[in-house]
Design a protein around this ligand. Structure first.
Ligand code: HAM
Length: 423
C-alpha cells in the first residue's frame, strides 16, 4: 500500500473500535463511582489563557517545556490544557459554587512530551477535585475512590504510594536542609540532577537514575520538618486508609511532577508498565492553588488517572478486555424497492442494533456481510417475501433455522428472538 499523504502526528493516535468502546466503558465506570460519591461533572474548555497554567509553577516541566501555547488570531496568549486541575480552580474562582465543591471530569490533555509507550502528546484523564475543605477524610475518600475504581476494572496488582509534602510554610526550611545536603554531595550527582537541583531540588528525590537515587536515599526527609497540623492530618490519612482497608505504602521521597502540592500526595503504580512511566494515576492536596489563581484561600484536593496508561496496565494484567459490539440483526434485501431502508429504520426505532448491506449486492454477498457482522439474526426480504407481506428470519447461531414471519410482527418477533439467543 502506498504511504498516505497524512498520518497522525507523533504522540497522537486514532482510537477505533474496540479500543474506543473500551475507553467509553472505562469513563462510564468512573462516572458511576464519582456519581455514587456525590460528584457533579465539569466540562471545561480545552484551551485557556496561558496564565491559568503558568500558575501551576514555572519550574515544572509541564509548564516550562511541555505547554502547547500559542497566540490566537485575536492576539490572546492561550494554551491547550496540560491537565484539568488548574481549569477546575479557575472555574471555581470564576463561578464561586458552594463549598465543598466536588466535581469530576474526563477528557484529553496535551503535553509536548517525548512520545513513547504510555507517554503521549494527547492523552486522556479521568479525575476528581474537591475545593473548600481541609478535612483529611476527604483525602482518604478520594484515594479510596481511585482504588475502588481500579478494583472494578479488575486491576488487582497495583501499588498505592502515599506521602505528605507538608505546607508551604515549612517548605523553605526543609528546602534549605535539602539543598545543603545535595550540595555536600554534588560530586556523586549526575549532570542532570545538578541542573534539577538548581531549579527544583525536591525533584531530585524521585530520580530514577541509580547513582542519583543513592544520594537521594540519604537526603533529609520532609516528614521530619512538618508542623503539628500537618503531622496530625498525615496521621488521619493513614488511619482512614487503614479503616477502609485500602493497602498502601508510605513513600517519603514521592514528589510529583507539578509544583502545587501540599500535604497528602499519592501515586498509583502498575507493574505492567515501563518504570519511567509506571504511574497510572496520582494526585493530592493543593491548598494554595485557588489563591494563586486570584481566588479566596480555599484548599483543594484531587487526583487524575491516565486512561491510556490504565488500559495498558489492564492489557498487561489481562483485565477489562475490549469487547466487540456486533449488531443484533442484519437485513438482507434483494428487492428493487425501499424494503431494506424501512426495515432497518423500524428495527433501530424498536431498540435493536441493525445494519445492512448497500449497493444492491447479490444475496450471497449480503449473507457474507451478515456472517461477518456477528449479528445473531438475518432478515431476508426477496421479491417473494415482499409480495407475501413477510420477512424470512434466519438465525445465524446454532443450527441456523429459517422461517417466515409477518412483516407487521417482525420487530417484536426479532426482539424476543435476539433476547433468547443472547441469553
Ligand atoms: P499527573 O501525574 O501529571 O497529575 O497526571 C496524572 C496521570 O495522567 C499520570 O499518572 C498518567 O497516568 C497520566 N499521564 C500524564 N502524562 C501523560 C502522558 N504524557 N501520556 C499518557 N498519560 C499521561 C495531574 O495531571 C494532576 N492534575 C492530578 C491531580 C488532580 N492532582 C490534584 N488533582
Amino acid at each position: 500500500m502506498a504511504r498516505p499523504d497524512f498520518q497522525t502526528l507523533p504522540g497522537t493516535r486514532d482510537l477505533l473500535e474496540p479500543d474506543s468502546g473500551r475507553v467509553r466503558r472505562l469513563v462510564d465506570v468512573f462516572a458511576e463511582e464519582a456519581d455514587l460519591a456525590g460528584f457533579g461533572q465539569i466540562v471545561p474548555p480545552l484551551f485557556e489563557d496561558v496564565g491559568v497554567f503558568v500558575r501551576l509553577g514555572e519550574a515544572s516541566d509541564i509548564v516550562a517545556k511541555e505547554l502547547y501555547a500559542f497566540t490566537d488570531k485575536g492576539g490572546r496568549d492561550i494554551a491547550l490544557r496540560p491537565e484539568f486541575t488548574a481549569s477546575v480552580c479557575r472555574s471555581f474562582v470564576e463561578k464561586r459554587p458552594l463549598t465543598p465543591w466536588k466535581t469530576w471530569y474526563a477528557g484529553p490533555n496535551f503535553r509536548y512530551d517525548k512520545p513513547q509507550r504510555g507517554r503521549y502528546r494527547q492523552f486522556d484523564q479521568v479525575g476528581v477535585e474537591v475545593i473548600g475543605t481541609h478535612d483529611p477524610e476527604v483525602d482518604v475518600e478520594l484515594i479510596a475512590l481511585a482504588w475502588r475504581f481500579y478494583q472494578r476494572l479488575g486491576l488487582t496488582d497495583l501499588t498505592l504510594l502515599v506521602n505528605t509534602l507538608g505546607d508551604f510554610a515549612e517548605r523553605p526550611v526543609y528546602l534549605d536542609a535539602l539543598r545543603g545536603y545535595l550540595e555536600a554531595n554534588t560530586a556523586d550527582l549526575s549532570e542532570q540532577a545538578r541542573t534539577t537541583m538548581a531549579v527544583n531540588p525536591l525533584r531530585v528525590l524521585d530520580t530514577k537514575r541509580p547513582g542519583d537515587a543513592e544520594v537521594a536515599a540519604g537526603a533529609p526527609l520532609l516528614v521530619d520538618f512538618l508542623s503539628d497540623g500537618a503531622v496530625d492530618a498525615w496521621m488521619q490519612v493513614q488511619l482512614g486508609l487503614d479503616a477502609l482497608e485500602v493497602p498502601y505504602e508510605i513513600a517519603p521521597r514521592l514528589v510529583r511532577g507539578l509544583d502545587y502540592y501540599t500535604r497528602t500526595t499519592f501515586e498509583i503504580i502498575s507493574p505492567g508498565l515501563d518504570a519511567a512511566q509506571n504511574a497510572v494515576g496520582g494526585g493530592g492536596r493543593y491548598d494554595g492553588l485557588v489563591a494563586a489563581l486570584g481566588g479566596p484561600p480555599e484548599p483543594g484536593v484531587g487526583f487524575a488517572l491516565g486512561v491510556d496508561r490504565t488500559l495498558l496496565a489492564c492489557d498487561a494484567a489481562g483485565a477489562f478486555p475490549p469487547t466487540d459490539r456486533p449488531v443484533d440483526v442484519w437485513v438482507v434485501a434483494t428487492t428493487a424497492g425501499t424494503e431494506a431502508l424501512e426495515l432497518v429504520e423500524e428495527l433501530r426505532r424498536g431498540g435493536l442494533r441493525a445494519d445492512r448491506s448497500y449497493d444492491r449486492r447479490s444475496m450471497k454477498a449480503q449473507m457474507k456481510g451478515a456472517d461477518r457482522s456477528g449479528a445473531v439474526v438475518a432478515l431476508i426480504v426477496g421479491e417473494d417475501e415482499a409480495a407475501a407481506g413477510t420477512v424470512s428470519v434466519r438465525t445465524l447461531r446454532g443450527e441456523g433455522r429459517q422461517a417466515p414471519v409477518e412483516r407487521s410482527r417482525v420487530v417484536e418477533h426479532v426482539s424476543e428472538l435476539v433476547r433468547s439467543l443472547e441469553s
